[in-house]
Design a protein around this ligand. Sequence first.
Ligand code: NAD
Ligand code: TYD
Length: 362
Amino acid sequence: MILKDNSFTNLTHWAFKSLIKMKKIIVTGGSGFIGSNLVNFLIKKNFYVINLDKLTYSSNKYKNKLRSKKNYKLIKLDIINRNKVIKIIRKYNPDVIFNLAAETHVDRSIDGPENFIRTNINGTFSILEALRLLNKKKISPKLVHISTDEVYGDIKTNLRSNENHKYEPSSPYSASKASADHLVKSYIRTYKLRAVISNCCNNYGPYQFPEKLIPKIISNIFNNKELPIYAKGKNSREWIHVEDHCEALFKLYLKGKNGQSYNVGSGVNLNNIDLVKKILKICKTMKIKIGKKTKIKFVKDRPGHDFRYALDSKKILRNLKWKPKIKFEVGLRNTIIWYLKNQNFLKTILKKNYEKRLGLKI
Ligand code: NAD
Ligand code: TYD
């Protein structure tokens, strides 16, 4: 539910007092895949969550009971609008800002890098500047900036990148994320900003936009379509359930040491062909009908396609005592069940936004 600015006025005295006592958290990009899961997680923990989201094509408009709660507010906002960002931070004085607002699809960044530079770099800059200015007025929420394992680039088989691994991004998407990380680090060092960075591996779970591999394969199986695999399907990704990622982000808010980066990984790597076969196998055991057209199809590779990402996540495991709880097989099965039960989620998304092959026009 989108609450009006005067949303506090109709509350009883008791409800008003308890809302005032609630800790406030700003999530940018809270209508995206990870943002939706994080907002739900925080509402359940009884925080007052303010979601700043531009509501781009990848934001989720699917019904959500939790969001009708009195401790949630959606503000449609482009984070590049620094003055509005400042106003909102001043108004709510949150304990923490989780920055997830971003353009996120590698293939789209190949076709049109400009939006990625705008949101991922200039958008992060806008938030950093807002925090720098407010810091002088003694308003200094912690920033948890959400980044990715893709900033490290291709990782050789048998190696895993730790937080000191050099940044070697390959796509406009990962380069924009890497640039944002550098900006955050420079503000920490120069302006003593209270901030931490998370570099997480590939997420899967409910509410993911079907342009990404796992929901695309699930959706194509449901709709009797081919399953496109780039090149020979040998590229490898590390997969984590989005709820484990949310737990890690919460840990970073509570315990993450200011100025530090933390890798957030599961240690579970799979190549794409094995992953797609696994999804097919699970669907068969669940008696989901596999149509005649649903066959693996090897298609032209993505330009500059990173072969492998793999994180060394010992730092967060040891220092913050976080560890992923959801076994991959269980998480994957539950994700398929979620998409099965929530087929309306896919229906809320325009087909033209995810069916066309992107990233080949170079
Ligand atoms: P997503 O594309 O599903 O959601 C992004 C959200 O950001 C959308 O709701 C969109 O409307 C919003 N947004 C875009 N531009 C905006 C702007 N200028 N101002 C305000 N809001 C804007 O992405 P996601 O998968 O949920 O990723 C969230 C974050 O996590 C990103 O920073 C991404 O780089 C990072 N990350 C994602 C993964 C993954 O596997 N999905 C892994 C590691 C890190
Ligand atoms: P993706 O979900 O786009 O995430 P990222 O590239 O950011 O890791 O892709 C995951 C892997 O799956 C990647 O190696 C590209 C591959 N892929 C396919 O083989 N077919 C597809 O249709 C898509 C979307 C991705």
